[in-house]
Design a protein. Sequence first.
Lengths: 127, 386, 325
Amino acid sequence: MSVSWLHVAIIVFFIQGLILFAIVPFLLSRLLAHRVKAHELKMPFECGMPPHGSAWMRFGINYYFYALLFLAFDVDVLYLFPVSTYYIDANQLVAFIKLLIFLLILFASVVFFWKKGVFTWPRKIKM
Amino acid sequence: MDLDRRLASSGDFYSQKFQTTEREDTLVLNLGPQHPSTHGVLRILLEIDGEYIVRAEPVLGYIHRMHEKIAEVMTYTQFAPYTGRIDYLHPLAWGWSHIGAVERLMDVQVPERAEYIRVITCELNRISSHLLWWGAYINDLGAFTPFFYAFDDREIISDILQRIIGSRLTFSFYRIGGVATDIDDRFVSETREFCNRMKERLKMYKALVTDNFIFRNRLEGIGEIPFETCRKYGATGPVVRGSGKAYDVRRSEPYSIYDRFDFEIPVYHTCDAMGRYLVRMDEIRESIKIIEQALDALPQGECLNRKAPKRPKPPPNDVYFAVEGGRGKVGAHLVSDGGRSPYRLKLRSPSYSNLSLFSEVAQGTLIADAISILGSLDLVIPEIDR
Amino acid sequence: MMDLIFFPWQLFVIFVGLAGVMAFVGLNGLLLVYLDRKIAGFIQRRVGPYEVGPQGILQPVADGLKLLGKQIFTPKGADPALYWLAPMISITPAIVVFIAIPFGPNLQVINTNVGLILILAFTGINVLALCLGGWASQNKYALLGAARDIAQSVAYEIPLLLSVLPIIFLTGTFNLFDIASGQGAWPWQWYILHQPVAFLIFFVCILAETNRSPFDLPEGESELTAGFHTDYSGMAFALFFLAEYSYMVIGSCLIATIFLGGFQGPIASGAWWFLAKVYILLLIMIWIRWTFPRLRFDQLLNICWKWMIPIAVVNLLVTLAVISL
């Protein structure tokens, strides 16, 4: 594929942004800041007390549902993007029916999760 | 894995003693002494599963200053300024409980004018305590602005009281047999002006905060404390009045001249954080009523009983005196053995009893809800640790 | 490949645009910090920054110098590569996005046909940066903040896309310059009147994507003691901060371009109208921050999945129906 000015611009902006806004401040900080060496300095902050146990535990399952739902929706919306540029010139009624069916199936997944109770977090869980 | 063992820190004595339940994959988290919304140095050990709290346990003692032991070393009059430091939000209530206990022990008469001054200043202090609670609670919930509006009103109260008492936060005004200095006409007119201003401000606060739908969703249905739980732990004050029981020390065990005033005890039966919130807002309104009635009926006379002993040596006896503070029932149990200092002074702190129901109420709730419950209990940690 | 006559011109535009964008982002960072605190002061009945410079104008410069002087270190047990990568990933896409934004009739770095897709794609990288930052910190508060942030950001990405789609269906192009110049000069010709619901949903989603109050649970200041950036100090924290303000600016630029007519204005079209609209939107965002309390996390997600997405889908369907009739 051919290299267009857009690609050049993205790469130039990316590298320059990285250098100027990410690397230069860190270097300046390295130069200008103190270098205190103390053990307590590096302790992770847990309100003044040493933390109990590692922080790398597994997440709750409820976050997983939202990630799954997002995946479905995002791919669907991505399919809508190319359609959107052509829709104005398309065969109106047929295109509308197709898109209607597509969006309704998409929406049905939200309704499914809603009925399954993913969206209602219980106020108090039973022990 | 070796990496995990190397990285896992073992915490400190309390988190090791905090036994975990059989659930897997729970984190032990410190809502520790340095946290923006624990209102002081309170440490709560939480075991959380995702966003839900499985167990919660408060750890106290980070600001224990041995007030009760100091009382055994000081004389009765020397201990009076210390009561101002126990609860820095409603110090006049604690001062009243201590001085009232000494007066009851010695059977000292307090002149009428002094009683009225005590009532007016204590109710002004109650208003400023509830205002700060309001500002701090909404700050915890994420709205940073009402805090400053509340402090605007608190500044006026501090100015009014500073002219008479001398300090702006830790008041120590009551003496054995009356109050330290007399009030003048400027105090009366400023207080009346403040009462009128406060009535307008309460309307603004209601429109800005109480009727806000985001705020209502954060408060309604949160932290259901049924009355049985309150009774089990001895919770008093707005906590129990928000759970349906009209228990107020000013009505149940009347002290001083409160039986002469016409005021209501606000009671809500919803048992949730919204009930406690509305109880405190209504209490501000009732305090304004009491102050206005007291100002109208203020008699002339002296403000301190000249015959009251300044270095009392009470006979061996013990007495209990309780007042209604901003947080609940503030009590002082004074035991004297005939000497210049008490044999024992036990201070009953309302926040201690209110905090003890937290671990039962917060079990199974979201962390955000636990913060909301903690704020609605209106805790002042120095009063818990004394 | 490229014509030798045009070779210096576009490259020249790219480099001049680069300098302009860097200056714009940097100045905006300083300005927004100052505006945020000053407006907070006025809403809260106090003065805000007052001492440093006349009326506190040099306050953000003082803040920047202070943050430079703080020691940066890796916390014990943290993953150093991911820990340092997170702020860099957060700020760098914010610079790239400015390629496609039309500041004025002749002020756009590259006039591409995929400008909107570029912007939407690069702003989505922010989620990854916050997730890495929270995870790599070896800090339970940061972990909770990161988990909340991922769920919130991905949830609000959907209504964001769904509310931009009606405009694209109406105009048929992703080219931001064409969208901006397709609207007329007068306010009643802007797309906000064609799509008011989409405007509101888009605005709320921009607030949620940039973690601004009332959606600022990931950095919940009173609940999680600074959330995902608890363990970042000094310059690293400044980069997250700068990235958040830059994404706010980008969101405002998008709204101004798509719904409010971009650089078009009644009297004299030009870059000043664009900047005026962007700053008015930023002022509204700052105003909202200091007025409302925070939403609880499940209420936040419920608003997205139960209200915003259905309304956005219905809006899209209605738009499609209207187009085809």
